[in-house]
Design a binder for this molecule. Structure first.
Ligand code: SF4
Length: 488
């Protein structure tokens, strides 16, 4: 069967974050703040978005739409249908569920009506035992409305005998394995939860007399909220007007394994993760790369935009001048969502163009965040050589991506990852560049603030897509025949 074209034909060679979640309580017209927050989280998912709000007169109201937040949730006619002081929202890039062809029924937040009142829920991450749970729930009479793994949580809550929605949520989440950062709401409470390993981010902010929960701090800034703290791995916070922020620990203690790729690529560079500036970590990765893989060259260029901070760090450390050798066209967007074959073949040229005047005759170091399939790297190399570069050296700000992610990031199957099939030298020859080097796993850890590098046997982060060391066994995939590293 022919492979489906990617939802965004010019970003098909990147790993894609699945979702961003956001919630606000205790401010008038909370849905407007949620819309702004989701707009700031748009990089985490562009296919669809949704908002649920609650107001005593009209009850729960929801709107779910395909496309960008700015194209939907800026319309007064829509926002007027989402009144109240409490709202949550979600932006989605599909992974679990109807992959690559999101149906509106898969767009979150999801809603459930329970005997003690309704609850809405938005989930970032991926449940690795969702298929087994779904089978069990359907056998016991649950009727699913969507193909999303996240809906399992609503059904597990419905079957719990606990008396309150937060207690039911605790019950449900103890059955769930994998990565989850959840923002949920009842009629009076805003709830935030992170899985025991804290794989995906979630932060708490203060806005006036109210509170906000967000996947990233950059989405607190946009509404003028102040950052209070991160929700801890394995923590549930229940926020209400009467009790403020209450903290619970529903899960057994586990050592944190935050996704290290959030530092490399997913999060916005103006966000703060684990007390560290994402921009500074990325810049430091460039410093590590320059130390680990020096090269004689005339110019350091980022592959925009995500390679930029690492290129600045590489240039600073190596002393090789920095220049914008590749210019990104900021306005290639959904207009080309269904491009003709001819336009698709132009591929990366529509998004990136070479600054010939700077490149011609130079030995160029190109700094990119990752190599996934290698297709984009190859096209960029061709563009740079066409522009008259004397040499092309790739420096990659992450280790080789050789394993798929099962924790909420869209990755090609293992066989399609270039690094799963080839050594570094083979990849260099395949891409046809003068040299290709990746930052080491230890170098990446050092850049992320772990001075001693990766602790063997007890890594401080999830780095499974580089190491094959999965902190939570991907149960559904193993059942389908996926082989862990030890079994290969
Ligand atoms: S496998 Fe990679 S992308 Fe997925 S959570 Fe772990 S580090 Fe992040």
């Amino acid at each position: 069967m022919a492979e489906m074209p990617p939802a965004h034909p010019f970003d098909d060679d990147k790993l894609k974050e699945e979702c961003g979640v956001y919630g606000v309580i205790g401010v008038a017209d909370a849905a407007n703040f949620v819309a702004l927050g989701l707009h700031a989280l748009q990089h985490r998912g562009q296919e669809a978005g949704g908002i649920v709000s609650y107001e005593s007169e009209t009850g729960f109201n929801s709107a779910r739409r395909f496309g960008y937040v700015r194209d939907n949730f800026t319309k007064a006619s829509l926002m007027e249908t989402l009144p109240g002081h409490l709202a949550i929202g979600h932006v989605r890039y599909s992974t679990a569920g109807s992959k690559g062809q999101t149906a509106i029924r898969d767009v979150q937040p999801f809603f459930g009506e329970f005997s003690m009142g309704g609850a809405a829920l938005a989930h970032n991450g991926n449940i690795v035992n969702a298929e087994a749970l779904r089978r069990e729930l359907i056998d016991h009479g649950s009727i699913f409305q969507s193909s999303s793994d996240s809906e399992c949580i609503i059904h597990l809550m419905a079957r719990s005998f606990q008396k309150t929605i937060p207690e039911r949520m605790k019950d449900a989440l103890r059955r769930v394995e994998g990565a989850f950062s959840i923002v949920a709401m009842t009629r009076t409470k805003l709830i935030g939860v992170r899985d025991p390993l804290g794989v995906r981010p979630l932060v708490l902010g203060r806005i006036g007399d109210g509170w906000a929960l967000s996947s990233e701090t950059c989405a607190l800034d946009i509404i003028g909220a102040t950052f209070v703290r991160e929700i801890e791995p394995g923590e549930m916070v229940v926020i209400s007007a009467g009790n403020g922020v209450e903290s619970f620990r529903p899960f057994q203690h586990a050592s944190s394994r935050f996704c290290i790729f959030e530092h490399v690529y997913f999060s916005r560079p103006d966000s703060i993760l684990g007390g560290r500036s994402v921009y500074e970590t990325r810049r430091q990765i460039g410093v590590e790369l320059a130390r680990e893989a020096p090269v004689e060259a005339d110019l350091v260029c980022p592959v925009p935009d995500s390679g930029t901070p690492a290129a600045i760090g590489f240039s600073h450390e190596s002393g090789i001048p920095y220049g914008m050798g590749i210019i990104r066209n900021q306005y290639v967007g959904r207009t080309f969502i269904e491009p003709t074959e001819q336009i698709r073949n132009m591929g990366v040229r529509l998004k990136l163009n070479v600054n010939r005047a700077l490149i011609a005759g130079k030995r160029v170091v190109l700094v990119d965040d990752s190599v996934v399939r290698g297709t984009t790297s190859q096209k960029i190399k061709e563009m740079i050589l066409d522009a008259g570069a004397a040499e092309v050296h790739f420096r990659i700000a992450s280790p080789p991506t050789a394993w798929p992610c099962f924790y909420g990031v869209d990755t090609p199957e293992k066989e399609k990852l270039l690094a799963s099939r080839m050594s570094e030298e083979e990849m260099r020859d395949h891409l046809g560049v003068d040299s290709l080097r990746f930052v080491s796993l230890d170098g990446l850890y050092r850049a992320a603030g772990e001075a001693g590098g990766r602790t063997p046997g007890c890594p401080q982060y999830c780095d499974a897509c580089f190491s094959g060391d999965y902190p939570v066994a991907p149960a559904d995939m193993i059942e389908k025949g996926f082989k862990l590293k030890a079994a290969e």
